[in-house]
Write a protein that binds this ligand. Structure first.
Ligand code: GDP
Ligand code: MG
Length: 233
């Protein structure tokens, strides 16, 4: 029996692609006999993303957690995890915009199932991984963001928003809901033992708009400062 897991997809104005993504994920679950629950956390998207997910909930292994307004990606993932079904032994996150290759999810589940790893990170920065079509500016920002974290971890793609972690690894861990980088928060703080990076090729969204802005970059730097301070203490 496959390891039961819950994966959160935070959404803000993702109406253009969310149904296609949920159907495709369901296909991957079925083809690989995965026991996954999808929790979409929607922040009252003006484009009606939440209503689309509600409609699909009777048909697909998904439900929507509705929040009243735009409250941030990381806090959305954390709130979603709080509602994960009891039998899920792993918790994860994925973007709604098809940037994260859904076909590597089975390998992530398998890594945790093997008992060798407590954390599986979808990674652009290990052999086999990459970035397909990001503007140069984003590639450089992402690289620098990961470099700044190097002294704190062996994980190469710390800004990845695509990962699966053993639920027990988060017991007693206080995750800071600051900004965009919930993956980095988990990598830095959770008690997962060994981590593995599963390569995938990141594809920039073709539908909707990126919500990463200057403010989120500042938030990342603040998050880094906090993690360094905690480490030094
Ligand atoms: N619930 C929620 N989701 C968000 C928020 N900000 C971004 N997201 C979602 O988080 C994911 C990543 O955001 P995205 O705009 O693709 O960022 P990028 O991939 O860094 O350009 C997408 O699924 C967004 O819809 C937010 O404030 N609340
Ligand atoms: Mg994206």
């Amino acid at each position: 029996m496959a390891l039961p897991f819950s994966i959160v997809i935070p959404t803000y104005n993702e109406a253009g692609g969310i149904e296609t993504l949920l159907r495709a994920l369901d296909g991957v679950f079925k083809a690989n006999a995965l026991d996954g629950e999808i929790i979409v956390v929607d922040d009252n998207s003006p484009d009606g993303t939440g209503a689309i997910v509600d409609r699909l909930a009777s048909e697909l292994p998904v439900r929507c957690l509705h929040r009243p307004g735009k409250m941030g990606l990381s806090s959305g993932v954390i709130d979603g995890w709080k509602t994960a079904r009891p039998q899920s032994q792993a918790l994860g996150a994925m973007d709604a915009d098809f940037s994260h290759d859904i076909n590597v999810l089975p390998a992530m589940v398998q890594a945790l199932e093997s008992g060798k790893y407590g954390l599986a990170v979808g990674s652009r920065y290990v052999p086999g991984g990459g970035i397909a079509n990001w503007p140069k500016r984003r590639v450089v920002t992402s690289r620098v963001a990961c470099m700044l974290a190097r002294p704190l971890t062996n994980v190469k793609d710390v800004t990845s928003g695509y990962f699966l972690v053993k639920r027990e690894a988060l017991d007693g861990v206080e995750l800071d809901p600051i900004g965009f980088k919930i993956g980095w928060e988990v990598i830095a703080k959770a008690h997962y033992g060994n981590a593995v990076e599963i390569p995938y090729v990141f594809k920039d969204r073709t539908v909707g708009e990126s919500k990463l802005n200057q403010k989120e970059i500042i938030n990342y730097l603040k998050q880094l400062r906090k993690l360094y301070t905690a480490k030094l203490r």
